[in-house]
Design a protein around this ligand. Structure first.
Ligand code: ADP
Ligand code: ZN
Length: 518
């Protein structure tokens, strides 16, 4: 182990291992298989880079991200490590030179894209070389339930079959239990030792705000952070464009980024984001994976992410330098309805839809929660957090709650009286006795629930409906354009057999911490 520590200091220039790094390095250097679950920024690379130097031969690193390969190889070379990569960005001559160096045993590490690794040409190269270890980075790509599924990852078991004595280390920052199980199974890592780090990112402050005028709310949030760089995630390309335009019109340095922009523009925007301060990158989730910018100060979601894993990954791009950072999200009923519709209308099979519905429920539960956000988030990954965190909106300004039984009854009966054919906006109009064209068109000024809900304003009612949907008291009819209908649970509430505590809406924008940019 002394050798490991010496190499850590002399080659990498670090004083000590971080967390479980040392254990992992020792285990792999001695020939053991490992599955490493560590959050982004935790220091995964070192877990295979160091054993690569301690063992004879070349370490083969499978990575799906071309940009990341180049960065890592560049960084390793600067440390004097003999590293190279093979991927589609190399021309034939350059690729040949790398293959030669590899065959001649001149490389400590060779990064290779999975599709390249699986070619007969590369496999025969491997046969002739001395291999120190196989590292499988972004191992969750083997999971078809994840958002980064790479079919070639499924074939990586052949490494184990052909080279049973070469240690394998699989790494990922995606830690939920089903994905973990799938990685173990699909990569035949049953006998590998699992190293699970805490997924807590204590420097990230989590905040969820109820959507009112979400762009305005975003601008307010950004105005307190004008010198910081951050990412604003939107669901669609169109919304990315619109948001960037809107922000620019407000005098904010925003840039759009999505897969529909031409490559040159994308690269230019990414470059500016990396190099300049105070750039707001409005992006779809196409942006972020493999972006190495440690001082991203905030990640804002203008639309709901697809799942809590997605949310964790996306917000994890903030504050990798360990300094305070914000994860901010605006959430409204419309988002939940839209995602629900996307699930129902997708081509996926019933099993997958069920899984996606469950994930969406967990996400909505997180948004509606009155408990510590960090605790909820970590609990989703099977990790307990001792006590409330003190660094999320619910901890900083505990939400008030109230007995919402009567409000809920009014809401449910109004949904019922108007025929379970309308979305929340119209039902709220009826409750509040609004004189809209739609009210008169359907004769809803004559239903018994017309005007019985003037004690709450529209915003408060929206909050009530959101919580009713989140709690399963109301269902959203996806085919009926977001129409609300009663559920089997509604009856008990309507009959007064159940009471309901609701969260009161508070105006919350986390103030920038005084210590920074004061
Ligand atoms: P991950 O791949 O898990 O996202 P990286 O391997 O990119 O994380 O490491 C994140 C950062 O932490 C890098 O800047 C890296 O140089 C730094 N780092 C890793 N290990 C150590 C260590 N033992 N001591 C100090 N810094 C470290
Ligand atoms: Zn908290």
């Amino acid at each position: 182990m002394q050798r490991a520590l010496d190499t850590l200091r002399h080659v990498f220039g670090y004083d000590a291992f971080r967390g479980v790094q040392g254990e992992i390095v020792g285990h792999v250097a001695e020939g053991g298989d490992a599955l490493v679950l560590m959050p982004t920024g935790g220091g995964k690379s070192l877990c295979y880079q160091l054993p690569a130097l301690l063992r004879q031969g070349t370490a083969i690193v499978v990575s799906p991200l071309i940009a990341l390969m180049q960065d890592q190889v560049e960084a390793l070379r600067q440390l004097g490590v003999k590293a190279a990569f093979l991927n589609s960005s190399l021309d034939a001559g350059a690729a040949l030179a790398v293959e030669r160096a590899f065959a001649d045993g001149e490389l400590d590490l060779l990064y290779v894209a999975p599709e390249r690794l699986l070619t007969p040409r590369f496999l025969s190269l491997l046969e002739r070389a001395r291999i120190a270890l196989f590292a499988i980075d972004e191992a969750h790509c083997v999971s078809q339930w994840g958002h980064d599924f790479r079919p070639e990852y499924r074939q990586l078991t052949l490494l184990h079959e052909r080279w049973p004595d070469v240690p394998r280390i699989a790494l990922t920052a995606t830690a939920d239990a089903p994905t973990r199980r799938e990685i173990v199974e699909r990569l035949a890592l049953e006998d590998a030792r699992q190293f699970v780090s805490s997924f807590d990112r204590p420097n990230i402050r989590y905040t969820v705000v109820a959507k009112q005028d979400s762009r305005r709310q975003l601008v307010d949030f950004l105005r307190e952070r004008t010198r910081d760089s951050g990412i604003v995630y939107c669901l669609s390309r169109k919304k990315v464009e619109q948001t960037a335009e809107f922000l620019v019109a407000q005098g904010i340095s925003a840039l759009p980024y999505h897969a529909g922009l031409d490559a040159e523009k994308r690269a230019a925007h990414q470059r500016r984001f990396l190099r300049e301060d105070g750039i707001v990158m409005c992006a779809t989730i196409a942006f972020g994976m493999g972006i190495d910018k440690p001082d991203v100060r905030y990640v804002a979601h203008l639309d709901l992410p697809k799942s809590l894993e997605g949310y964790y990954q996306e917000t994890g791009r903030a504050g990798r330098d360990g300094d305070p950072a914000d994860a901010w999200m605006a959430y409204g009923l419309g988002d939940a309805v839209l995602l629900q519709r996307m699930i129902e209308e997708s081509e996926s099979g019933e099993e997958r839809k069920r899984l996606e519905r469950r994930k969406l429920d967990a996400l909505i539960g997180y948004c509606e929660s009155t408990a510590c956000r960090r605790q909820s988030l970590l609990a989703y990954f099977g990790e307990a957090h001792a006590g409330a965190c003190g660094n999320c909106d619910n901890c900083i300004a505990p939400p008030r709650s109230y007995d919402g039984t009567v409000a809920a009854q009014k809401a449910l009966s109004c949904v019922y009286r108007t025929g379970q054919r309308f979305g929340a906006a119209h039902v709220i109009d009826v409750l509040r006795g609004a004189q809209t064209q739609k009210v008169f068109q359907f004769g809803h000024e004559n239903v018994s629930t017309y005007g019985i809900g003037t004690e709450l304003d529209a915003k408060q009612w929206r909050s009530v409906f959101r919580q009713l949907v989140a709690g399963g008291w109301l269902a959203v009819d996806v085919e009926g354009h977001g129409a609300l209908r009663l559920t089997s649970a509604s009856a008990g509430l309507l009959k007064g057999e159940t009471s309901l505590t609701l969260r009161a809406e508070t105006e919350k924008a986390p103030k920038r911490r005084e210590s920074r940019n004061a």
